[in-house]
Design a protein around this ligand. Structure first.
Ligand code: SAM
Length: 326
């Protein structure tokens, strides 16, 4: 598959150099072959797909290249990512429509461009590599304020949460993201102590260092602040609620026979996909005997060994797919 990553990489790097910065990376799309197969992109003939988290356009580009007759509607709540996607997809402008918005509003957003039903839906949530590099505090190394908003027009940043939540609320957030309760408590207390002492934690890097210090861990394959960062990111972007809402919207815009593919990168997300698909795979109301969807992946599909070697970020990826049956 000829995804011209290198070309865009060069364009973006040139732009950044011109702006006096360096080191931007494009997001490599995960499990492209499997996504295209489950969505039946090549078999669909003339169809419409909605990429509900288009990001910098990697999967959308693959869909457009796989079938010259299909059209893609790409939604994202990050206006800056959409600009990159627009540039990357410029050669396909007649078959792609990019929309700024939240996947929880998919039905309304599609109606705005005159579409009621689609042949396939894709959700690939979480921050893109491009966002990780955008100095919004997603990365442990960012010497910039803890922002973590995918949608820069949203009100709440990670900094807001650190400044305003009580120690108990912070602890609960960290535990929900999988942090051990005793560590979560000590980290939450240290954050509150720090904000009382110095007014707050100024940067992502400072938070990562504080967590490492509290846990007494240095080095290792997984950064000690991974779950704390995950907790803040999920809360700021309402990621769990958005994923569930996005799946519900997607199921309702699919045609009969249309396919839904969702990729996830951590267990909280995968649980939501599994449960939400399951809820549509049984009769919705009493008296109804036919469910809305059929689940195509009893267990999630994982990336190939080769992909895991080439793209370390895809290692934790899980793919679940379903088909609308009525
Ligand atoms: C992993 S990236 C997608 C990468 C894309 N599939 C590609 O191949 O380039 C996830 C994207 O989802 C977007 N996103 C996250 N939550 C969203 C939501 N609730 N509604 C719309 N977009 C969302 C993020 O802004 C981000 O750009």
């Amino acid at each position: 598959m000829a995804i011209d990553l290198q070309w865009l990489q060069r364009v973006l790097e040139r732009r950044k150099r011109e702006a006096g910065e360096t080191g931007v990376r494009l997001h490599p799309p995960a499990m492209v072959k499997e996504v295209l197969e489950f969505l039946r992109v090549k078999e669909v003939g003339k169809g419409v797909f909605v990429d509900m988290t288009v990001g910098t356009g990697g999967h959308t580009l693959a869909i457009l290249q796989a079938n010259p007759k299909v059209e893609v509607i790409g939604i994202d709540k990050d206006a800056e990512s959409l600009e990159v996607a627009a540039e990357r997809l410029a050669d396909y402008a007649d078959r792609v429509t990019l929309i700024y918005g939240d996947m929880r509003d998919t039905r309304r957003l599609l109606q705005q461009v005159g579409i009621d039903r689609v042949d396939g839906c894709l959700i690939d949530p979480g921050p893109s590599l491009w966002q990780m590099d955008s100095k919004r505090g997603f990365s442990f190394l960012d010497d910039t304020p803890l922002d973590m908003r995918m949608d820069r027009s949203a009100q709440i940043t990670a900094q807001t949460l650190l400044q305003t939540l009580s120690s108990e609320e912070l602890e609960r957030l960290f535990v929900q993201a999988g942090e051990r309760r005793s560590d979560a408590r000590r980290i939450a207390q240290a954050i509150v102590r720090e904000r009382n002492r110095s007014g707050g934690i100024p940067t992502a890097k400072a938070l990562a260092e504080l967590v490492a210090e509290v846990k007494g861990v240095r080095g290792g394959r997984i950064h000690p602040a991974t779950k704390v960062f995950l907790a803040l990111r999920i809360a700021v972007n309402e990621e769990i609620d958005a994923l569930k809402g996005g799946i519900i919207e997607g199921v309702h815009v699919l045609k009969r026979g249309g396919r839904f593919v969702v990729l996830t990168y951590q267990s909280l997300e995968d649980k939501v996909v599994k449960e939400t698909f399951a809820s549509f795979a049984q009769p919705l109301k009493e008296g109804e005997n036919r469910p809305l969807i059929r689940i195509l992946t009893k267990d999630p599909i994982r990336p190939s060994y080769q992909e895991r070697q080439q793209n370390p970020r895809a290692r934790s990826c899980k793919l679940r797919a379903a088909e609308r049956v009525r």
